[in-house]
Every structure is written in structure tokens, then in C-alpha cells.
Design a protein around this ligand. Structure first.
Ligand code: MN
Length: 245
């Protein structure tokens, strides 16, 4: 149980206690929209990219980052707000909470919310999973768990790369904690996220063509190989620890 002071503190920073009870550890991981329970719902917001468009050069080019963030991610946010425009209660929930409770969304807007809330949540995580001068390997607790689960880092890297390569059409490959608490590699179609299956995504790789087509055209395998040089392992380790509790 939360102590009163923690609950009060969380209320101050705008995190609903009920939502925390339902999904206590994912929200701080995303750095998602902070909500004020007393304020009218104003909708979801696209945060700025946490680094310059060219920060991930030469692995991911500036133009791709600009279009990916300013056009594609922006469209998910706009369409999500549009779908939920008559649903102030849903508009005021953090997006990770929305994607975790899709079955409760009114049926006529459920598909639009599914796709666009998924797109918003996935991209928020994706930007924060990369940085200038990224790459290398994880350290600490996550590194140990990866070794335990996948034999070693290279085996893990190969398996995630292979999974990403095999995604048919548009989708994602993930390192995720499954509901039994084990690390696993999974793929999701479209903008689905492991959150929709009660998992806790740790690291996601976007293999929609919009993530790589300008620089790599059809060469997804080259994009995947390059992408490993952008991974922000410190952020992933923090996300892993937060998701683990
Ligand atoms: Mn994308």
C-alpha cells in the first residue's frame, strides 16, 4: 500500500492514485503526460523530441527523425484526441493507462483509440530509448537478466534483430517483461504494444517503413544493424528497474 505522503506527492505531480494501483510502475517510465485530476481534460500532447533531429546521425538521418516525430507521431496524437473528443474521462488518462484498458473504450471509437493510443505510447518510449552516442551494452541488473534469459548479449541482440526483421508489414519488436515477470522478445503488428497484453515493454524497435525508408529504402536489415548504435542503455536500465519494482 502507498503511504499517505507518497499518495499526496503523486497527486501533486498529477498522477492518479487509482491508475497507479492498476499499473503502478510503468507511468514514471514513459515520462508521459502529467494529468491534473481537477482540471478539464485538454487532451494528449506531443512532447518535443528529447534531442536534435540530427542527433542519431549517421545511423538514423535527421530528415527521417523530423518526419517521424513531427508528422507520424503528431498524427497519432491528433487522431487520438479526435477519437476521444467526446470522452473527457478517457482524455484525462495517461496513454499507457488507455492502451491497457482498450476493452473498456466505447466500441465505435475502439479501433481508432487502439491504433492511435498505441502509436502515441510506442513513440514516446521509442524516442526515450535512443540518444546521441548510444549503443554498447547494458550494465547491471538488466545485463544479468539478459544473460540469464538469452545466454549472452550477442544472442539477445541477434534474437531481437531477427524478430524485427521478420515482422510482416508494419510493427515492432520488443524486449518486454511478460506477466509472469520473465524477459521475453516479442513482436507486435501495427501500433500494438505489449502493454495491451499486460506486459511491460522495456525496449521497442520500430520497423515501420516510416522509421527507415528515406535512408535505407527496403533494407530493413541495415536499419536494424545501425539502430543498435543509438540505444540509450542507461534509460533502458532505468525503465527495466521501474517496471520490475
Ligand atoms: Mn514509427
Amino acid at each position: 500500500m502507498e503511504s499517505i505522503s507518497r499518495r499526496e506527492m503523486l497527486k501533486k505531480i498529477g498522477v492518479g492514485a487509482a491508475a497507479l494501483a492498476a499499473f503502478p510502475l510503468v507511468q514514471p517510465v514513459f515520462g508521459l503526460k502529467k494529468i491534473d485530476e481537477t482540471a478539464p481534460a485538454t487532451g494528449f500532447v506531443l512532447p518535443p523530441l528529447p534531442y536534435a533531429f540530427d542527433a542519431l546521425e549517421p545511423f538514423i538521418d535527421a530528415k527521417t527523425m523530423e518526419i517521424h516525430h513531427d508528422k507520424h507521431h503528431a498524427a497519432y496524437v491528433k487522431n487520438l484526441n479526435e477519437a476521444l473528443k467526446d470522452q473527457p474521462d478517457w482524455l484525462s488518462r495517461p496513454v499507457w493507462d488507455v492502451v491497457s484498458h482498450l476493452k473498456d473504450v466505447p466500441e465505435k471509437i475502439r479501433t481508432a483509440v487502439h491504433n492511435n493510443a498505441g502509436g502515441h505510447a510506442n513513440h514516446l518510449m521509442f524516442w526515450e530509448s535512443m540518444k546521441k552516442g548510444g549503443g554498447g551494452k547494458p550494465k547491471g541488473e538488466l545485463a544479468r537478466e539478459i544473460d540469464k534469459t538469452f545466454k549472452d548479449f550477442d544472442s539477445f541482440k541477434n534474437q531481437l534483430s531477427e524478430t524485427a526483421l521478420k515482422v510482416f508489414g508494419s510493427g515492432w519488436a520488443w524486449l518486454s517483461i511478460n506477466p509472469t515477470g520473465k524477459l521475453e522478445i516479442v513482436s507486435t503488428p501495427n501500433q500494438d504494444t505489449p502493454l495491451m497484453d499486460n506486459g511491460r515493454p522495456v525496449l521497442g524497435l520500430d520497423v515501420w517503413e516510416h522509421a527507415y525508408y528515406l535512408k535505407y529504402q527496403n533494407r530493413r536489415v541495415e536499419y536494424i544493424a545501425a539502430w543498435w548504435n543509438t540505444v540509450n542503455w542507461d534509460a533502458i536500465e532505468q525503465r527495466y528497474k521501474a517496471a520490475r519494482g
